[in-house]
Design a protein around this ligand. Structure first.
Ligand code: PGA
Length: 261
């Protein structure tokens, strides 16, 4: 079994700081088995991640992308440009982008398609705005998944990662969702992905939202959680290493095929 563990720095860390973060995490995770790691810095620091992580087991990527390959889109970055920087993963549809940039389901679907066309793996973020019954969360996030993957052929679904990130569990002052709650929503997401044509466990479904070294273990112990998407806790490289190490231990205990796509 392989668990997928990564982080987005959001709008934090300069390229100089990213180089140092990568140096420390590379050293701290070099001997870990059973985990696939990814790191998504701000656009301005992707080159620094590439230089620092090249040849390591840590993949790098971006936090957003424009759906077009090139053209008159001032300030935007295309999937072609990201692939050229060696990116393997691109995060799409994070709730902060849906909120701050008015990203619609159609725009998100177009971005997912652009990332797949360029041979990278989209990390499609979904999450309900407020806490409630699991069934309501499942209805909300499966709708987001259907919309976000509308342009994806069934055979490409295996390259998609779904990040379940309840909006109410993200950011300073929030707490991660309860492990049983996460398990229930992941089960609903899995059923939806199978209905869309993804073979059983082919799509990795990872959890994000106030993950830290204390919450990571109990969340990963849940069946159906294929990894973690860490936010602010991972700005501290030591804490990211700690979480990755815990994931490696849990993966080593679990029996079953990898689900990292
Ligand atoms: P957080 O961010 O861990 O800081 O809550 C999670 C995310 O937005 O992916």
């Amino acid at each position: 079994m392989t668990l997928l563990v990564g982080t987005s720095t959001k709008m934090n860390l300069t390229s100089t700081e990213v180089a140092e973060w990568c140096r420390r995490v590379r050293a701290g995770t070099a001997l870990l088995d059973g985990v696939r790691l990814f790191f998504l810095p701000a656009f301005a620091a992707i080159w620094a991640a590439r230089d620092a992580l090249d040849g390591s087991k840590i993949a790098w990527g971006a936090q957003d992308v424009h759906p077009a390959e090139n053209g008159a889109h001032t300030g935007d970055i295309s999937a072609v440009m990201l692939a050229d920087l060696g990116c393997l993963f691109v995060e799409i549809g994070h709730s902060e982008r849906r909120r701050d940039h008015g990203e619609t389901d159609d725009a998100i679907a177009a971005k997912v398609a652009a990332v797949l066309r360029c041979g990278m793996q989209p990390i499609l973020c979904v999450g309900e705005p407020t806490p409630g019954p699991i069934s309501e969360a499942v209805t909300f996030v499966t709708g987001q998944v259907r919309a976000g993957l509308a342009a994806v052929r069934p055979r490409d679904l295996t390259r998609v990662v779904v990040a379940y990130e309840p909006v109410w569990a993200i950011g300073a002052g929030a707490r991660s969702a309860a492990p049983e709650y996460i398990r229930g929503v992941h089960l609903g997401l899995r059923q939806e992905l199978v209905a869309l044509g993804a073979p059983g466990s082919a799509v990795s479904i990872i959890y994000g939202g106030s993950v830290d070294a204390a919450s990571a273990g109990p969340i990963l112990e849940q069946g159906g959680v294929d990894g973690l998407f860490v936010g602010r806790a991972a700005l501290d490289p030591d804490q990211f290493v700690e979480i990755a190490t815990m994931a490696s231990r849990i993966a080593g205990r679990a029996v079953g095929p990898g689900r990292t796509g």
